[in-house]
Design a binder for this molecule. Structure first.
Ligand code: HXC
Length: 519
């Protein structure tokens, strides 16, 4: 074949590969409101940056007449490209080829890009749209999944891994996304479950729709499996770019920096009066976050799950930082099982990838009751304490208002190696709130008082005495547990200066095989 003919053959083969399972199946994909694998990749990456690999790979299965049906690329599009000029490795399952089902060769393609990402230290982004293990391949397909899972595990904490769910993701297939750092889902066509509605019906006799069982709404509100939910695929792909902009390429890199256009010494007088005088009245912690972050921007993780705690990425003077903050607007900002797990995972992500942590505290304690105890609040709360205590990144804590009991300790207190622990003048740092404390300490004395007016006057007097002693930051500051009491309007500047000072922090944990976090 002459050169020209050879080049033409290449061009023809590429065109054939780009058609995946054929135009009819592409049309069917579009008719469901879904993009094809290559359309998704191209929309997510910088223009013209995608370099596709293994376009000519075909499956090797000869069962059930499969040798008669092969497609170039075999059900997954893989390669690398850039997001804002930074390298990322990608794979996108192609539903037009055997429903994106996972074959031995498809696994090999995915593993190849994962291995390359580990070698060069770059994030892996997987777009999932698949009918699960390729049924015709049996154990080969299962082994293929296992190869991917093992790589997900070894890559965890080395390079960021993000999973986008743009179609079915069922059975054991869910475990690759579950092993990654972030899962994103769209409101339509995106679902994840261990077993589908038919199996559920036969085993538990429940009637449940696909969306109820594993849709984006369920996973972002109830199970917490999904970290982000968007209306459309396009929005999700853009959100992936935003997420990538906050995180380093790998565990050896420092956080990404952008130019800061917001004055670092910007004061906000509103903060001086944002906390209501009545300690039982809520306020929106997000207003504080908006006020102190560069340009008021933040990217919230799991915004609809355990809303009593906020986990988000912000920038301070252009540098990415993770914020964990109690939200008094929801359940008074109490710590429960879900909030503890959510925050613990976020703290560990930040620590793994050198992202400094700011903690904003307004916590009345752990949520009491059988519901929480039966659900294991003891171990879930311990997860958060463990995560904070082992984290070696710069940690700045600001007590905004309440900080009581075990929850005070868990929320990045000084003794869990908090680097700089500040408090607002409104802070109340104590074992418990005034009324609870007076009940315990004065219960017997109170019971003896028969006259109702005298009783309430006595209680008030004792509560005032307790508040004067503990419902302020100065008792803790007198011991050095609080490094300084700061004026609220000056918080942005104090936080930025704290993190600048801590940017050269060096701290390592004792050598060990790995820890035994209370899972
Ligand atoms: C081979 C598959 C397939 C699979 C779908 N296809 N799933 N081929 N193996 N697992 C093929 C179909 O035959 C069809 O081929 C094409 O993909 C599109 O499928 P449709 O059924 O026409 O599409 P749709 O109606 O949208 O339904 C999608 C679906 C359904 C809900 C995913 O296909 C389905 O239920 N598939 C089986 C799901 C499943 O049980 N998988 C195994 C899960 S267990 P043509 O030629 O018509 O285009 C598992 C274990 C993993 O994955 C363990 C890991 C440890």
């Amino acid at each position: 074949m002459e050169n020209q003919g050879k080049v033409k053959k290449l061009i023809d083969l590429r065109a054939q590969a780009r058609l995946g399972g054929g135009q009819k199946r592409i049309d069917s994909q579009h008719s469901k409101g879904k993009m094809t694998a290559r359309e998704r990749i191209n929309m997510m990456l910088d223009e013209c940056s995608f370099e596709e690999l293994d376009m000519f790979v075909t499956h090797r299965c000869v069962n059930f007449g499969m040798e008669q049906e092969t497609y170039l690329g075999d059900g997954v599009v893989t390669g690398f490209g850039t997001i804002d000029g930074r390298v990322v490795y990608v794979f996108a399952q192609d539903f037009t080829v055997f429903g994106g089902s996972l074959s031995e060769t498809m696994s090999q393609k995915i593993c190849k890009v994962m291995d390359m990402a580990m070698k060069v230290g770059a994030p892996v982004i997987g777009i999932n749209d698949s009918g699960g293990a390729r049924i015709q391949e049996g154990a080969d397909a299962l082994a293929g999944y296992s190869e991917i899972f093992e790589r997900n595990i070894l890559a965890s904490g080395v390079v960021p891994q993000i999973s986008l769910i743009f179609g079915p993701c069922a059975g054991g297939a869910v475990y690759s996304p579950a092993l990654t750092d972030f899962i994103m889902m769209t409101e339509q066509n995106s679902y994840m479950f261990i077993t589908g509605p038919k199996v559920v019906k036969s085993v538990t006799n429940e009637d449940v729709s696909v969306d109820q069982l594993g849709g984006a709404n369920m996973h972002s509100r109830k199970s917490g499996v999904a970290h982000f939910k968007t209306s459309t695929e396009e929005e999700c792909l853009q959100l992936t770019r935003t997420l990538i902009s906050y995180i380093p390429q790998n565990n050896m890199e420092n956080v990404p920096e952008v130019e800061c256009t917001d004055p670092i010494n910007r004061l906000d007088d509103v903060l001086n009066s944002i906390v209501p005088d009545n300690p039982n009245k809520p306020y929106d912690m997000k207003e504080i976050i908006r006020s102190i972050a560069d340009n008021g921007d933040f990217l919230e993780v799991q915004p609809l799950y355990a809303q009593n705690i906020i986990c988000c990425f912000v920038r301070f003077n252009g540098k990415s930082t993770g914020i964990i903050a109690n939200q008094p607007k929801f359940l008074a900002g109490v710590l429960d099982c879900d909030a503890s797990r959510k925050a613990a995972r976020f703290v560990r992500f930040c620590d793994a990838f050198n992202i400094p942590i700011l903690t904003l505290v307004d916590v009345p304690g752990f949520l009491p009751g059988t519901g929480q105890e039966y659900a294991g609040i003891i171990v879930h709360g311990a997860k958060l304490m463990f995560a904070y205590g082992e984290a070696t990144v710069p940690k700045v804590t600001i007590t905004i208002r309440k900080s009581y009991g075990g929850a005070h300790i868990v929320m990045s207190c000084k003794q869990l190696r908090g680097d700089l622990n500040y408090a607002w003048p409104n802070a109340e740092i104590a074992v418990m709130g005034a009324s609870g404390a007076v009940e315990v300490l004065e219960g017997k004395a109170i019971a003896k008082i028969e006259n109702a007016d005298e009783k309430s006057a006595y209680i008030l007097e004792k509560e005032t005495e307790y508040k004067d002693k503990f419902a302020n930051p100065y008792a803790a500051a007198a011991r050095g547990y609080i490094d300084d009491v700061i004026e609220p309007r000056n918080t942005r500047f104090r936080v930025i200066r704290a993190f600048e000072t801590l940017s050269t922090k060096r701290l390592t944990n004792p050598l060990k095989k790995h820890d035994n976090i209370p899972l």
